[in-house]
Structure formats: structure tokens, C-alpha cells
Design a protein. Structure first.
Lengths: 426, 318
């Protein structure tokens, strides 16, 4: 029984072995085939990276593409992550979709299930990171091309930890002790930002405890949250708020709020991906020398699993210009263009070769981000219902109630399992 | 009698051949109907159709896919049962009525106070009248974001000010970590945004009051409070009633302020019906249940509006 809970975890482990070195041949082929016919307007929704420099990279893609193909007009629109799911939903419901969009990997099956996307013809098995292909697969068809991926590790303020006399935590117990010490000796700085509205912080603690979020049940999925491991994880996560190791306001924080608090020097430790790290040191360069990185702390099971997130590029079925849209997607996926962006944003490209070329493995501060993704990460159940679960934030309210002491971790685990099964059942 | 007698023959003349009468009636109606038609089409298209569609949706089980091809399944009153059985949906309706009422009262009281002040013949009052309008001119979304920042736990002005005047317990006070304190912050925002309209409406009313009546009352020895309660208020009642109707409709369907400021309140306990209807539909994909919440909100507003309109009607006859 306990062994089975681990079946779906660490999906990314080893999948890179089958990934080849980039889809350049395929991409150029497609573009060349339809070379003469590429024209017209392509509206593209990109998740707002939050930094002007990155927005420049995307706008640069548009300019370069327009220069390469006369008669094309690429419109890049930035959509904040927090509103994106709602926005896609309303766009699909209203029939006012963009031509191309960046899609969070957990949303691709959901919207594909609604028939929103063009299928990706013959996604080469060796071209992309296969777990990201898995995340884009529904009914044996692939609905989005993997763009980039990343996993969160733990970043910390070296100066604050040194002042408090604690080592970077490697386990849950060490994290608890470190938090208590920083609270005492940190000079008013909060030890960690475990917020109420960031499921990518708390859901992986269930894996770390040795539990599962959901298990495959025939064609459907079944919640696995009603387990002692999940209860232990919820108890662990919420205890930091209850003990005052996290600011009181953090119960209503989303990830960017926690990031801002870290930049302002209010927080000593933060669960953060390479993209967050990049954004932090771009906003406040003087922090660069003060930040250290370690893998996420390991739970009682010994696992230090984080969520492997990323994005697909999709072409909408209702686009009136799918040919040019596909050409623009392939253009963005050309290795040179891809690297321009992933190195800047702090994500990893979708290929092993790309990761090796990125230089992440040689940089001591960035290496844990790559390691976390390659060897210590898992993905959420690729069910069409998962996007709705995320969109509805069924987890946040319950976690907040436990933080407030209105519910016990047991009650929380049980009610979450029920809500999840309700959603899986449709 | 003489009036009736004069009217009778003329009607008689016209009524002879019934068909001609109908024809003339149609002719008489054609022009007004034609003139009204463009407006009617727009109203039916922009209000009537969405309303009818929402009511229809509220009786169906509709997911995003069903919405696209219009194939929701008819499930009768199930959605309405859920609205009243589900704790979160029910709470959002109670929140709407309770918080909306509080906002209406707050807006009216504050608006009245400002109107009475502006009605004093003070120098430079025209400047204040202008200044009072400003909050009303700020878009609700922008105002909500600004006030959310003012109420920020660590960097907000409100906590800074409160700590500096001696309330040290407001150091890092998290306004949005509890429903009650979040409502205090949102209440301030809503009243700040909606009092200008009320204040200026009442000011206009105050300036039309017959000075003789007020003067006579003070000659009779009525105190300022008595003059306000027994003369000013009854004379302003029709305007107050209209303003209360407007405020009720605005404050009950309040969306922006709640959407921006209450999103982090644990378990979304401070959500109002409008936000819940939106989230239930577009975040959860339960379009039927979302529509049911919207229809219940619509019914509540309809009841309040009818009550007020009847009250105003009675005032008019009296």
C-alpha cells in the first residue's frame, strides 16, 4: 500500500534519457514547407514574466519573426499567471481566443479536453522532455509543445543564517530548528514565507512526507490525500504560520508577495525557482552575494521532491491563421531563440543537451535548481480536471483554515480528498 | 360633468366604425414605437438576452464545453438547492446583504454629514465640493488597489499612522487575515468611493429647501437637531429614498473592491455574491451554479428595489 503511493512521484527522474537534442530539424522543416504562405496577424499570449528585460526578449521574437517573414504581424500580450486561468476560460467560452499561447503544463489537458487546441502532429519522441510531453497528452494525442521547465528549491539569506548561527536546512527537522533560531536571533526578520495561497509550496510537502496527491484509477484519478503522510505534511507546513515563523499577512499571500517580502529583506528563507531567483537579483542586485541555494528540505520519507512546472506552447483551434501560428511557435522553439529566453528567465530548456549547455550545472548557486528538476521533482496528476482544481483553489481555503486553527490537519486532508474526488468525478 | 359631456361626443364620432378606430390607434402608436425601437433592441440585446440566458443556465448543469456548444443538461432546481446548502455559497449571500447594508448606512450617514457641511455658507466651499467629487472619479479597481496598499501590514500608511498615534498593537497588523478586519478595510474603501454621489445629491436637495420653513421653525424655538430631524429630513425624504435605492443596488452587487481586497481572506470567507458567481462560473467551471447565485442576487435586488419604489410612490401621493 505504502509503496504504491510513490508510483507517480519522481516522474521526471530518468525521462531525460530518452530526450534527444532539440527539435530544430523538425521545426525548420515545417517553417520551410509553408514558407510562402506565412502572413497575417498572430496574437500571442505570454505569461507576464514580470521583468521588462524578459518582455523585451519576447517582443524581440515578434520583431525577428516579422523581419524574417514579410507580411506577418505578431502581437505579444502579457497575461499575469494569477489571472491566466480565468482569462483562458473566458476567452474559450466567448470564442475570442488568441492564435498562440503559453500554457501552464497542468492546464494543457484541461483545455485540450474542451477541444481548444490544434493537435501537435508527430511530436518527435526524442525532441522534447518526455515528462512535459506526458503532461500535454490526452487521449493519445499531444496538444502542446514543451517550452521550458523548472522546479523550486530553497533559497536563503546567507548573512541572516550566519548571524543566527544555523546551517542551511537539509531536512524538515533542520528547517524547524533553523526557523526557531532565526525567529529568536534574526533581528526581526521572519524565518520563512510559507504562504496561504501558493499550492506549489505546500503540495510537494505531501510527496516529501512519502504520500501521494492522487493515484490513477483506470481512466480516471482518485485522491490520495486522506493518508497519514498528507496529514503530517499539512501539519508541518501550517505549523510555521502557527508559531509565528511566517508573517501574519502571509496567510493571504501569493507567491509574488512572498518574493517581494524576500526582496524587502523581511524573509530569511524562500521556496523559489531559478526564475524567482533571477527576478530577485535583477530587482535588487546587492542581494546576489547574500543568497545561497539548497534543495528543498527532505521529509521523514527522505524525499525532497518539488513540483516540476513549466509551459507548453499551444495553437488554438479557433485561430484563423494556424499556419503562421505554428510557424511562430516553431520559431520560438529554435535552439538559439529558446536559449536567449531560458537563460534569462531562470528556467531550463526542454532538452538534456540544452540543460548541459545552459551552464547551470557549473554554477554553484544555480546548480540546485537544475538538480531539483532533474532528480528531485514530480508532476501533478495530468488529469483534465486538474486545471479546474487549481483554478478553483480548492486547496488554499482549507490550508488557510488549518493555519488559522479552524480545522485540524486530519479534517483538512479528509475534506480535500472529498473535494478532489468530487472534481475528478466531474 | 361638463368635461365628460364634451369628451363623449368626440369619442362617439371616432368609435363608429371599430376598424377605423383601431387603425388610428395603430397609426398613433407607430411613430412612438418606431422611435423607441432602436433603444428597445439594444436593451433587449444587452440586458434581456443575457438575463434570460443566465436564468436558463441556472437550471442546467453546464461546463465550459457545454457552454461552447450550448448543450447544458436541464437539472431543475438542483443548482438553487446547492446555493442554499453549500456553506460557501450561502455565506456569500449573507455577506452581500449584511455588508451591503452596512455600506449603504455608512455611505448615507457620511454623505449626509458632508452635505450638511458643504451646505454651510463657508468661504471656499466650492473648492471642497469639487474635492469631494474626486474619489468618485477614481476607477473602483484602482481605488481598491490603492487602499489595499494603504492597509498593507508592513508598508501600509494605516498601520504606520495607528502605531504612531499610540496603538502599538497595529505593528504589522494583517488586515486581510480575518474576515472582520478585512471588512473594516473594504468598508472604508467602499464608503470613500460612494459617498460623493450621495453627498452631492443631498447637497442639491438641501439647497432647494424653503428657507422660510426652517426660519419659522427656529423662530418657534426649535434647536438645530430638531430643525434637522423634523423639518430638513422629512422634506428631503424623496431624495434620500432614491439615493438609498441607488446605493443598495451598487453596494449589493459590489465586485471590484471585494475581488481585489478580499482574495487573500482565509477560505474566501469575505466573498460577496457577485464575486462568488464569477468564481463559481469562470474559476470552477460550474456555470449553472454560478448563474444560480447571480439569479438569487438579482432576486434580492429586485425585492429591495420594488420595496423602495413603492415607498417613494407613497411619498409622492402623500
Amino acid at each position: 500500500m505504502k509503496g504504491k503511493r510513490w508510483l507517480a512521484a519522481s516522474v521526471l527522474c530518468g525521462v531525460f534519457a530518452v530526450a534527444g537534442c532539440g527539435g530544430s530539424d523538425d521545426d525548420e522543416g515545417t517553417a520551410a514547407k509553408s514558407g510562402g504562405k506565412i502572413s497575417g496577424t498572430v496574437t500571442t499570449w505570454i505569461m507576464d514574466p514580470g521583468s521588462p528585460k524578459l518582455q523585451e526578449v519576447f517582443n524581440g521574437y515578434a520583431k525577428d519573426f516579422e523581419a524574417k517573414h514579410a507580411g506577418t504581424d505578431v502581437k505579444i500580450e502579457f497575461v499575469p499567471w494569477a489571472q491566466a486561468h480565468d482569462k483562458f476560460t473566458t476567452a474559450i467560452a466567448g470564442g475570442k481566443v488568441p492564435d498562440v499561447a503559453e500554457m501552464g503544463t497542468t492546464w494543457t489537458p484541461e483545455f485540450a479536453d474542451q477541444g481548444a487546441f490544434e493537435a501537435v502532429p508527430a511530436a518527435g519522441a526524442g525532441d522534447y522532455v518526455s515528462s512535459l510531453i506526458d503532461a500535454a497528452t490526452l487521449d493519445d494525442e499531444v496538444w502542446g509543445k514543451p517550452w521550458y521547465a523548472g522546479a523550486r528549491a530553497l533559497i536563503y539569506r546567507k548573512d541572516v543564517l550566519k548571524k543566527a548561527g544555523v546551517e542551511p536546512p537539509k531536512t524538515w527537522d533542520e528547517l524547524k530548528t533553523a526557523a526557531a533560531t532565526i525567529k529568536q536571533k534574526g533581528g526581526g526578520i521572519y524565518p520563512i514565507a510559507y504562504t496561504g495561497l501558493t499550492e506549489h509550496y505546500y503540495l510537494p510537502t505531501i510527496w516529501q512526507a512519502g504520500g501521494e496527491i492522487a493515484t490513477k484509477d483506470g481512466d480516471s484519478w482518485k485522491a490520495a490525500l486522506n493518508s497519514p503522510e498528507a496529514v503530517q505534511a499539512i501539519d508541518f507546513y501550517t505549523s510555521f504560520y502557527k508559531k509565528g515563523y511566517t508573517p501574519k499577512a502571509a496567510i493571504g499571500w501569493e507567491e509574488p508577495d512572498a518574493q517581494e517580502a524576500f526582496i524587502n529583506g523581511d524573509i530569511a528563507m524562500l521556496v523559489a525557482g531559478g526564475w524567482t531567483y533571477n527576478s530577485i537579483i535583477q530587482t535588487k542586485p546587492e542581494l546576489e552575494s547574500k543568497i545561497g541555494t539548497v534543495l528543498e528540505p527532505a521529509g521523514p520519507s527522505g524525499k525532497d521532491t518539488a513540483f516540476a512546472g513549466g509551459s507548453h506552447l499551444v495553437v488554438f483551434k479557433e485561430s484563423e491563421n494556424t499556419e503562421t501560428a505554428n510557424a511562430f511557435v516553431d520559431f520560438m522553439l529554435e535552439p538559439a531563440n529558446l536559449n536567449k529566453f531560458t537563460s534569462e528567465i531562470g528556467f531550463l530548456p526542454g532538452t538534456v543537451a540544452g540543460i548541459e549547455e545552459s551552464g547551470y550545472l557549473e554554477d554553484p548557486v544555480r546548480k540546485p535548481f537544475a538538480e531539483q528538476l532533474l532528480e528531485h521533482s514530480a508532476v501533478y496528476p495530468p488529469s483534465p480536471r486538474w486545471g479546474a482544481l487549481e483554478g478553483a483553489n480548492i486547496f488554499d481555503g482549507v490550508i488557510q483554515n488549518v493555519m488559522k486553527g479552524k480545522e485540524t490537519p486530519q479534517q483538512a486532508a479528509q475534506s480535500l480528498a472529498e473535494k478532489m474526488d468530487e472534481e475528478f468525478a466531474g | 360633468m361638463s368635461h365628460g359631456a364634451a369628451a363623449y361626443p368626440s369619442r362617439r364620432e371616432a368609435g363608429g366604425p371599430a376598424l377605423a378606430g383601431v387603425g388610428r390607434a395603430v397609426a398613433r402608436l407607430t411613430l412612438p414605437v418606431l422611435l423607441l425601437l432602436p433603444a428597445l433592441i439594444i436593451i433587449v440585446g444587452l440586458v434581456g438576452y443575457p438575463l434570460a440566458k443566465t436564468i436558463w443556465l441556472s437550471f442546467t448543469e453546464t461546463r465550459l464545453g457545454d457552454l461552447v456548444d450550448g448543450s447544458g443538461e436541464w437539472i431543475g432546481l438542483e443548482n438553487y438547492k446547492e446555493v442554499f446548502a453549500d456553506e460557501h455559497l450561502r455565506t456569500s449571500l449573507i455577506n452581500t446583504v449584511a455588508f451591503g447594508t452596512a455600506c449603504v448606512i455608512g455611505t448615507m450617514v457620511f454623505g449626509f454629514g458632508v452635505a450638511l457641511l458643504l451646505n454651510q455658507r463657508l468661504r471656499g466651499n466650492w473648492l471642497f465640493s469639487l474635492a469631494v467629487l474626486l474619489p468618485w472619479a477614481v476607477p473602483a479597481l484602482a481605488a481598491s488597489a490603492i487602499w489595499r496598499w494603504l492597509f498593507d501590514d508592513r508598508y501600509g500608511f494605516v498601520n504606520w499612522a495607528l502605531v504612531n498615534i499610540g496603538f502599538s498593537s497595529f505593528q504589522d497588523y494583517a488586515w486581510f487575515a480575518d474576515r472582520e478586519s478585512a471588512y473594516v478595510a473594504i468598508f472604508v474603501t467602499v464608503v470613500w468611493q460612494s459617498f460623493p454621489f450621495v453627498a452631492l445629491g443631498l447637497l442639491a436637495g438641501l439647497q432647494t429647501l424653503p428657507q422660510e420653513t426652517l426660519h419659522a421653525a427656529s423662530v418657534d424655538g426649535a434647536s438645530a437637531w430638531q430643525r434637522f430631524r423634523l423639518v430638513t429630513l422629512p422634506l428631503l425624504r424623496p431624495i434620500v429614498a432614491v439615493l438609498v435605492v441607488f446605493s443598495t443596488i451598487w453596494d449589493f452587487k459590489i465586485f471590484d473592491q471585494i475581488y481585489v481586497m478580499a482574495q487573500g481572506v482565509p477560505d474566501r470567507a469575505a466573498d460577496t455574491a457577485a464575486v462568488t458567481a464569477y468564481r463559481e462560473s469562470f474559476a470552477l467551471g460550474h456555470y449553472g451554479a454560478g448563474a444560480a447565485v447571480a439569479v438569487v442576487l438579482f432576486a434580492i435586488l429586485l425585492v429591495f428595489s420594488i420595496l423602495y419604489v413603492r415607498m417613494i410612490g407613497r411619498e409622492g401621493r402623500a
